[in-house]
Design a protein around this ligand. Sequence first.
Ligand code: 4NP
Length: 173
Amino acid sequence: MDNHIKYKNLIDSLKGKDHIGILFVCLGNICRSPAAEGVMKAIVNDNDDSDRFEIDSAGTGNYHIGDLPDHRMRIHARRRGYELTHRCRQVTEADFDNFDLIIAMDESNRRNLQRIAPTVEAEKKIVMMADFADLATRYDHIPDPYYEGAEGFELVLDLLQSACANLYDALKN
Ligand code: 4NP
């Protein structure tokens, strides 16, 4: 909790803005980042704040382009009230112009994003999702559930719900 204090300047610079673009990024863009997108969209909708936010997700890999999220993630998310309809796409250099925050799920995603970032300024938009989660004392990343069982998907959703709620609180007017 409160690890995101290290992003204070970045978050403060966005707070007053009437348009905030958030891009969630993982490896495949079929499990963690489309789930984060669905959770965050639900939060801004519930707060009647969706006009202020543009929320999307992308992957550093290109294995699943055009696909819906993994069916296991869709099922676990649906049980919590989220319908995940995102179509997989790969991160591009242009994403660093189009979004204010680029949120990585793990250290490997962060390193890949740093390689894609076109400028040092652009690199400063990269933050870690787990830094916003209450459970960050135990998790410094959002663990890849792809080769895990049901509890891996549930853990991801627990972490994402916590992190997205705290991210929204940090950004709300
Ligand atoms: P994600 O999970 O990064 O959370 O979407 C993965 C999905 C697919 C693969 C790896 C991770 N894959 O190697 O195909």
